[in-house]
Structures are given as C-alpha cells and as structure tokens.
Design a protein around this ligand. Structure first.
Ligand code: UT7
Length: 331
C-alpha cells in the first residue's frame, strides 16, 4: 500500500435561489432583524425549493466542481456526502448524487458528522487517496436544514439555511503538500444539547412524534455556544502548535459558520487578523455540513486564496463533533 499526499483540485458550491431574510422570519415568529443580527450575525439564508433535496443541491455543486477540473464524472472512484439531512434514510444521498451526475464507476456513502461532517469527510477521502486505493474522490457537504427546523421555534429557526459545497480530492504531485494534517474529536455526552429526537430507530415516526414536534432540531443554544467557543479555538491552536506554525503563517482561517459571536470569540482567542477569517454567515446562516466548502469556494472565486497559501479549517457541531484540518492550497 502506498502512502502519498492528497490535495483539493477543484471546489465549488451551489445555493438555492430563494432568500429568506430576517424580516421575512419576523412575520412568522416573534423575532426581529436586530435580535437575529446582533446575536448571530445572520441577515438572510437560502431555502431549497419544494422538491429539491440534499442530493439535488450536492449534485449541482459537484457538476460545477467537475467542470472546473474538466473531469468526466465517469472517472470518479468514490463519492462521500456529509449531511444530516439526506433525501431519505436510504438509499444514501451519495448514491442519488452518483446517478444524477453520471458517475457510473464510483461507489459512495453518506457521512453523519453534523457541522463537522465536511472536515470528517475530507479527512476520510484523503485517506483513500493517500493509500493509493483511489485517485479521484468527490466530497460534498450539503444540507437542507429548512427541512428539519421548526418554524414555530424562534430560538432555532433563525439560525439555519440550505446549501451545498463540493471538492475533488486527487493525489498530490511531487513537491506538493495538499492536505497536511487533521485533528478530529467527538464527545457523545454532548449529544443531548443538539439533536433531532424522532424519525430514527429510537423514536420512529408516529402521530405522537409529529404532534410533539420531535422531527425538528432541538438545541440548548447557550450550552452549545460555550462548548463551541472553547472547542473550536482549542483544536485550531492544537494543530498549529503540532506543526510549529504561527497564526501569521495562515492565509485563511475557515471556521464553521454557526454564529458570528462564536467565530469572533475563537478569532480573538487565537489573535487572528480580521482579513484572515472567512465569513459568510450573514448571507447563508448555518448550512451545517456545507458552511466550510461554501466559504472555501467563495474565497477561491474571489482570489483571496492563491497557490501555496496555508488554510486552516475548524468546526464544532452536534455529537458533539469537532475538528481542524490544515492544508496547503495547490491549485
Ligand atoms: O452548528 C451547530 C451548533 N450550534 C450553535 O453553535 C449554536 C450555538 N448557540 C447560539 O448561537 C446562541 O446560543 C443562540 C443564537 C442560539 C441564542 O443566543 P443567546 O445569546 O445564547 O440567547 P439565549 O438563548 O440565552 O436567549 C436570550 C433571550 C431569551 O429570552 P429571555 O429568556 O432572556 O427573556 C430568548 O427567549 O432571547 C430570546 N430569544 C429570541 N428573541 C428574539 C431566543 N431566540 C430569539 C429570537 N428572537 N429569534
């Protein structure tokens, strides 16, 4: 088995067209643009059209990434879809994407890592490439969070949005680093702070689970907030220390976009400069597995990231799951 480097060779994203502003939400629940913006940094979010599932968003992002690379989908070996809102329990959204994009040779699976799903999936893909098992892996982070949020609960419905991002992972060439390292963590004891109680094997769908609004995101926001601030900053610092890197070595820090105040707290703790941090939560809210690849895609599009720049990604989410991933941009 060979061990080689893995790198991102294309990145793209797709957002549904429909915008839902804070003002729109104030017509549905007792909230205001001021409260939402001051507490979260969110101005608006996107909402998938009726009949548009996670695999549709993911397939659109994937097609754009493949076109960017000029790659025939038939050349893909593996598709990993990180999501907590698959189109359905089975078949996997990866299988649905596979057929939608015409990747006949690829196998695939869904990965449930909530807001850390993309970093988990990127790490997983990199292992398949590093061992030499595969040469072309598609990683998608996609969620239709509006399908599982309670539009009667003002504490959660203002936080989330829908979107997808996709990257291609291929072997690094000589002299390239690509994905350098990762630190991934989980703590199931945190599960009770952020979860969807019903719909799985524990509480299958019934008239009662629907009546009790158990098919929606339930969250103890304040607890998640505290864990997230500490978890994200610590795991980011750990990976920098491990590699003897200073914050100033980073071109871009891409934190999961759950709340601007969580990002700001991590940024202050790490002493990052404003221009080093990717932020788009104002436009898209928390798209769960999609926030990090969407940020990366926008940073590449705007040429904020150039070849050989060092990028640090970090996440914190339900599970609890959290992680950091360090990479050198090689496109
Ligand atoms: O990616 C997944 C990980 N999730 C997260 O990272 C979320 C982490 N948590 C948070 O982002 C924040 O805790 C929230 C944004 C969810 C809430 O902000 P907070 O500053 O922690 O507010 P709170 O929950 O302590 O609530 C403060 C007040 C409460 O009223 P009282 O009890 O003080 O009278 C809430 O009822 O704000 C009220 N409130 C709202 N008011 C207007 C809660 N939601 C809203 C709302 N509009 N949408």
């Amino acid at each position: 088995m060979s061990i080689r480097g893995a790198k991102i060779t294309a990145v793209s994203h797709y957002l549904p067209e429909r915008r839902l502003t804070n003002k729109d939400l104030a017509k549905i629940v007792d909230t205001s643009d001021t409260w939402i913006f001051e507490r979260t940094g969110i101005r608006e979010r996107r909402v998938a059209a009726k009949g548009q599932g996670t695999s549709d968003l993911g397939a659109e992002a994937a097609k754009l990434a493949l076109a960017q690379r000029g790659l025939d989908p038939a050349e893909l070996d593996l598709i990993i879809v990180a999501t907590v809102t698959p189109d359905m329990f089975f078949p996997s959204s990866a299988c649905l994407v596979q057929t939608k994009i015409g990747a006949g040779k690829a196998w695939g699976f869904d990965l449930s890592g909530a807001c850390s799903g993309f970093i988990y999936a990127l790490t997983t893909a990199a292992q398949f490439v590093a061992t030499g098992a595969h040469d072309k892996v598609l990683v998608i982070g996609a969620d239709v969070m509006t399908s599982i949020i309670d539009f009667q609960d003002r504490a959660t419905c203002v936080l989330f949005g829908d979107g997808a991002g996709a990257v291609l992972i291929e072997p690094a060439e000589d002299g390239e680093r690509g994905i350098i390292d990762f630190i991934l963590r989980s703590d199931g004891a945190g599960g009770r702070y952020l979860y969807m109680p019903a719909g799985g094997s524990l509480n299958p769908a019934s008239e009662e689970t629907v009546r009790k609004r158990m098919h929606y995101v339930h969250q103890d926001g304040r607890s998640v907030f505290k864990f997230a601030v500490r978890g994200m900053a610590d795991i980011s610092q750990q990976i920098l220390d491990k590699h003897g890197l200073k914050v100033s070595d980073l071109k871009l820090y891409i934190p999961h976009q759950a709340n601007l105040r969580i990002i700001q707290a991590a940024v202050e703790k790490m002493e990052l400069a404003k221009g080093q941090v990717a932020i788009n939560i104002d436009r898209y809210a928390n798209t769960t597995a999609a926030t990090i690849p969407i940020c990366l895609s926008e940073a590449v599009e705007s040429k904020q990231v150039q070849r050989k720049d060092l990028i640090l990604m970090a996440s914190f989410g339900a599970g609890f799951t959290w992680g950091s991933l360090l990479l050198r941009w090689e496109i």
